[in-house]
Design a binder for this molecule. Structure first.
Ligand SMILES: *[C@@H]1O[C@H](CO)[C@@H](O)[C@H](O)[C@H]1NC(C)=O
Ligand SMILES: *[C@@H]1O[C@H](CO)[C@@H](O)[C@H](O)[C@H]1NC(C)=O
Ligand SMILES: *[C@@H]1O[C@H](CO)[C@@H](O)[C@H](O)[C@H]1NC(C)=O
Ligand SMILES: *[C@@H]1O[C@H](CO)[C@@H](O)[C@H](O)[C@H]1NC(C)=O
Ligand SMILES: *[C@@H]1O[C@H](CO)[C@@H](O)[C@H](O)[C@H]1NC(C)=O
Ligand SMILES: *[C@@H]1O[C@H](CO)[C@@H](O)[C@H](O)[C@H]1NC(C)=O
Ligand SMILES: *[C@@H]1O[C@H](CO)[C@@H](O)[C@H](O)[C@H]1NC(C)=O
Ligand SMILES: *[C@@H]1O[C@H](CO)[C@@H](O)[C@H](O)[C@H]1NC(C)=O
Length: 295
């Protein structure tokens, strides 16, 4: 009886989530700041540099900046993987992202792309390392509603987001990434993952993530999950675990007011289903979805 109930509710949660985080097919973005011609030195440099990124990013802990060439043929590139990616996963995510990018932006001097579960690749004919770029950005939400008292939810959520943002911003020049979870009443938990490209300063990382959190709040407050993606930072929260936690990147929280809580229910939808939906870019546009333009 219990098992059956469990199975029913699990699959209904699951299908709900798959519909709900059905987001955005916006990536990749080709910038309209100039084109190169086929077989040009810039084009060859771009292809060489992009080809090196999957291996270099995965060998380097999930983040790499690199350049190739001289003068007007110089290409700058950045690649980053989600902080809990294995080197193998990082390689294949960056490889996929680059192939999509090259298919979509065959001759653009600058382009940017991300995949949902997630990796970021950006290249340009000028240096953008350490520069905070807030656009293009995408904000999407899980269509389920928060069912608990929103006032109490907000307090827990804000404190969790504050903790993960502080922890990630205070990371190193090779990793600015944090996850965290907080108890919401006796039976629910909130999970969050935030990450900046670690070429950003602490202050710029903090700013990128806080602007992403407020963007979520202004578009989608009351929804039970959301993602905000920008060229330099990634923000996501859900009411189920969707990352692999690691003590060294877990933000510590002040203990909740009522400490006598039983463990959270075990039934959580497998994050892969949602993540692969995000990754495949099968996102549906939603009322609150915000996509803003490119410079
Ligand atoms: C670059 O090429 C694209 C087509 O591939 C074209 O739409 C765009 O206008 C070009 N941009 C510039 C700045 O020439
Ligand atoms: C680019 O180079 C290839 C191989 O060298 C050649 O076959 C092709 O015609 C060239 N394309 C252009 C537009 O010059
Ligand atoms: C990246 O890869 C290239 C060639 O694959 C290699 O020569 C270079 O040293 C690598 N750079 C870094 C920073 O790992
Ligand atoms: C890289 O991605 C492309 C297209 O997604 C795929 O065809 C290719 O096999 C991948 N390469 C590796 C080494 O995984
Ligand atoms: C969430 O709440 C909104 C407005 O309160 C309602 O229109 C919507 O149907 C709810 N969504 C779900 C999945 O319950
Ligand atoms: C929600 O919680 C706040 C603070 O605990 C309380 O003041 C408020 O009455 C609650 N609202 C509802 C609708 O239960
Ligand atoms: C930032 O991290 C360092 C260790 O890397 C730690 O000593 C310091 O207390 C942290 N600062 C904040 C504000 O968390
Ligand atoms: C946790 O993070 C540390 C430091 O980044 C790393 O050395 C370790 O391999 C990670 N552990 C797991 C299980 O991923």
């Amino acid at each position: 009886m219990w098992v059956k109930l469990q199975a029913v509710s699990l699959s209904s949660i699951l299908s709900h989530l798959i519909i709900s985080i059905s987001l955005v097919g916006v990536a990749p973005r080709c910038y309209d700041t100039g084109n190169f011609t086929t077989n040009s030195t810039y084009g060859r440099n771009r292809d060489l540099l992009l080809d090196s990124l999957p291996r270099n990013a995965s060998a380097n802990g999930g983040f790499i900046t690199a350049t190739i060439g001289q003068g007007s043929d110089k290409v700058y590139a950045l690649a980053m993987c989600k902080g809990d990616s294995t080197p193998e996963k990082c390689f294949s995510l960056v490889n996929d992202t680059i192939h999509e990018l090259m298919d979509t932006c065959p001759n653009q001097k600058e382009a940017y792309s991300w995949t949902g579960d997630f990796s970021v690749v950006h290249y340009a004919d000028h240096s953008f390392f350490g520069t905070l770029e807030l656009e293009p950005s995408v904000a999407v939400y899980n269509t389920g509603n928060v069912t608990s008292n929103l006032t109490e939810f907000d307090t827990v959520w804000e404190s969790l987001i504050n903790s993960v943002v502080r922890k990630a911003s205070n990371g190193s020049s090779s990793l600015k990434y944090a996850t965290g979870e907080a108890e919401l009443g006796a039976f629910q938990r909130i999970y969050s993952l935030v990450q900046c490209t670690p070429d950003l300063s602490e202050q710029r990382c903090d700013s990128c993530l806080r602007q992403s959190a407020s963007r979520y709040e202004s578009c989608c407050h009351g929804k039970q999950g959301g993602v905000v993606q920008r060229p330099n930072c990634y923000f996501r929260w859900e009411m189920y675990p969707f990352y692999t936690a690691n003590a060294s990147t877990t933000a510590s929280l002040s203990p909740p007011p009522s400490p006598s809580s039983p463990p959270p229910p075990a039934a959580s939808p497998p994050p892969n289903s949602v993540d692969s939906e995000i990754r495949k870019g099968k996102y549906r546009s939603a009322r609150c979805m915000l996509i803003s333009g490119i410079k």
